[in-house]
Write a protein that binds this ligand. Structure first.
Ligand code: ADP
Length: 413
């Protein structure tokens, strides 16, 4: 079967290519934007079944994601509903940090590690400045473009479409990056969860293997405590009040140097500040970026010179001869057809909606009132209203959704 035979169109604009992978929220395809000739990645998000679907809160949040423009953030270029799924269109990226870390043919110098990590923190700092939390930082969400630029992906999706469901095997790894307050069931959490996850990624870059690969939440905490010592109430006063707090046998911390024998003193100092137990005492992303680790020798490698694996796919890109062959109904008839039945999809969606979103936002709002300096959460500052736990869509809604997305992304009529 040839490349063209496999092609399909998604809406009348995108020429679908191969599947790039199956993610938390659905399949990701490579596609060609026939309007611009650019290669893009389309994330097909399964919407809820029957009564579920896109609600207007989600629509507003998609608009906000579109506004997050930074060199170290993946750009959302378009969004549209199609055949019962919501499609999010992103700039196409060649590889990701997980592939870099796992590739045994790649040697990462201290300057290379510094560069990859600095770009990670820059993207995260931008989002925290905009009061957005990532909540699912892990190496395969850090995508790398042809010029070596690292960009954060999946921003806000955890909030939009529910927390990643860790029953799915590909989500199990997300546990390795979870902050101890989340593992103890904290409902109020802030940017510190992303700092902890970023520290795990830094550690993984230094070690070239996952640093804390827990097999369950209990084991995850066990691994954290084995690395940094069991936290004492004086180190982390709020710990004992967390909903899922259980007392662990006290173990002292081994010297950090013994865990990272090859790391510089600067790197160890930054790691220890990011791996601080008490989230209130944990360094912020902005402060981490200002740490002398980044200004001391060796300076971060220029991104274009960074080592990276061969691009995942070598499929030929856009050839105007290819099409598109419009297999889907034209835009106008799709719009008429878009009733509730057009939005059917994943029956797991209801379970995946974050049932704690409202509590978190509420709690975060309370705290933020006391401390205006700390970006608390996207849930608090941007998204003022609680999403419906079972979002519904009727045919009037779906037409409105389509119209809104068309307007937002300036689709042609
Ligand atoms: P997960 O939910 O597990 O983080 P994703 O849904 O983000 O996974 O991605 C699934 C697959 O698609 C991965 O292999 C990822 O590298 C790839 N992918 C996601 N976004 C892009 C993109 N913008 N460009 C290229 N590949 C991408």
């Amino acid at each position: 079967m040839t490349e063209t035979d496999q092609s399909d169109t998604v809406s009348d604009r995108y020429l679908k290519r191969e599947v790039l992978g199956e993610g938390t929220y659905g399949v990701v395809y490579k596609a060609i934007d026939t309007k611009t000739g650019q290669t893009v990645a389309i994330k097909k998000i399964r919407l809820g079944k029957q009564k579920e679907g896109v609600n207007f809160t989600a629509l507003r949040e998609i608009k906000l994601l579109k506004e997050l423009k930074d060199p170290n953030i993946i750009e959302l270029t378009d969004a549209f509903p199609h055949e019962g799924n919501l499609h999010l269109v992103f700039e196409f990226m060649e590889t990701d940090l997980e592939a870099v870390i796992r590739d045994r043919n790649i040697f990462l110098s201290p300057a290379d590690i510094k560069s990859y990590f600095q770009m990670t923190l820059k993207g995260l700092a931008f989002c925290h400045r905009k009061w957005v939390l990532h909540r699912d930082m892990k190496p395969n969400n850090l995508l790398i473009g042809p010029n070596g630029q690292l960009k954060l992906a999946d921003f806000g999706l955890a909030r939009l479409f529910g927390s990643p469901d860790r029953r799915f095997t590909h989500q199990v790894f997300a546990r390795w990056y979870r902050a101890p307050e989340l593992l103890f069931g904290a409902k109020q959490y802030a940017s510190g969860v992303d700092v902890w996850a970023a520290a795990c990624i830094f550690a993984e870059l230094l070690l070239r293997r996952p640093f804390l690969p827990g097999t369950s939440d209990i084991d995850q905490l066990g691994k954290i405590f084995a690395a940094f010592g069991t936290p004492t109430p004086s180190q982390w006063p709020d710990m004992v009040y967390l909903p899922d707090y259980v007392e662990y046998q006290y173990v002292p911390a081994p010297p950090l140097r013994s865990l990272f024998p090859m790391a510089s003193g600067d790197a160890l100092d930054l790691l220890s500040k990011m791996f601080t137990y008490d989230p209130k005492a944990r360094i912020s992303v902005q402060r981490a970026l200002e740490h002398w680790y980044f200004s001391s020798a060796p300076l971060p490698t220029d991104p274009v010179k960074l080592p990276r694996p061969a691009p995942k796919s070598r499929a030929p890109d856009f050839d105007p001869q290819d099409g598109p062959t419009v297999l889907s109904p034209t835009r106008k008839s799709r719009r008429i057809m878009a009733g509730p039945e057009r939005f059917e999809g994943n029956s797991n969606q209801e379970e995946k909606i974050d049932e704690h979103a409202g509590e978190v936002r509420q709690a975060v709002g309370d705290i933020a009132g006391k401390n205006e300096q700390v970006p608390m959460s996207v849930d608090f500052s941007i998204f003022g209203t609680k999403p419906q736990s079972t979002p519904t869509i009727n045919s009037a809604d779906s037409c409105h959704l389509k119209r809104e997305l068309d307007r937002e992304f300036q689709h042609d009529e």
